[in-house]
Design a binder for this molecule. Sequence first.
Ligand code: NAP
Ligand code: ZN
Length: 351
Amino acid sequence: MQSKPAKAYGITSVEQPLKEMTINRRAIGAHDVELEILFCGICHSDLHQIKNDFGGTMFPIVPGHEIVGRVTAVGDHVKAFKPGDLAAVGCIVDSCGHCEYCNDGIEQFCDEGVTFSFNSPDKVSGGHTFGGFSKTYVCNEKYVLHMPEFKDLAAAAPLLCAGITVYSPLKHWGAGPGKKVGILGIGGLGHVAIKIAKAMGAHVTVFTTSPSKVEDAKRLGADEAVLSSDADQMAQYSRKLHFIIDTVSAKHDVNTYLNLLRHDGAVVLVGLPPEPLEISAFGVIVGNRSFAGSNIGGIAETQEMLDFCFRHNITAQSEIIDIQYVNEAFKRLEKGDVKYRFVIDMASLGN
Ligand code: NAP
Ligand code: ZN
């Protein structure tokens, strides 16, 4: 079988706007699933990558890793999917499948290098992967998720990255009844984190730099919301929280938040500020606190998260856009002007 051309949106170098282009999707292998993409969320990681914030962006780049679609074709050996099924692809589309990490279901740390859904060397095609700002996706069935029948499928797309990125550390650090959890930064990840932490039974306090989000955070389910520039309010949370999920995308003062932890608490960084963060020794030594990190989640846990969100009726508050609006959307995302996730209706790309 031949590779197939697919319409997509991407860029050929930094500073260029995204524009329509044609990419090749690989031929469907025996274990591959082909999706027609219906919706794709826009994550701040897409923005970091098109700006080459971390270096190493491979051009041309087609972003997009919160992909929901319908199966259009499957390889001869595919058992778990059939044409017509709703399906999804998140951040991970390949890994070795046999190292210690893959065996433990944390494919994102594969010994031989994980393949991400975009901007990642593609061991199968030899090029690099192109993401979900496109008409189709093709990958091995092991990395395709079963998409529950969410009433609002578009609003469920952000779960594929934002959802798993916060679900995994919330579960790992024990969010549940009796736990006081802080959520720092109310963007795409942060607002989903409020909903998931509440559904897990935790008491949720939000810390935001945006006055307009204080009341909104409560509407989203937070028990308490604090404007982080208000020193008096911040002082009231000193030594109160069991752990904090830090979703901030830019350089910020982590020590302020370490000081809000109870003993043995942790600030768990999921945001990816391109610059290094400074940590005061006393911030972690006093109270035996930790500064930790968390990177998305494995495939099995991503499926678990989708099923959890479906049961608890959790989706992202989304602004649905046409693909032609994507450059404006990135500008607004950079300014923090989105409540709380852009999702592209891929029908707007046309055939
Ligand atoms: P987003 O929608 O832009 O949200 C980020 C939030 O951080 C903003 O809404 C804002 O919240 C806060 N913020 C931004 N700049 C700030 C600053 N200078 N100081 C303090 N607060 C600031 O982004 P997102 O899509 O949720 O992604 C968040 C970060 O997580 C990004 O860096 C992204 O690349 C990363 N990420 C990591 C993983 C992982 O596996 N670890 C996965 C996905 C994404 P307030 O207005 O409430 O202050
Ligand atoms: Zn993401």
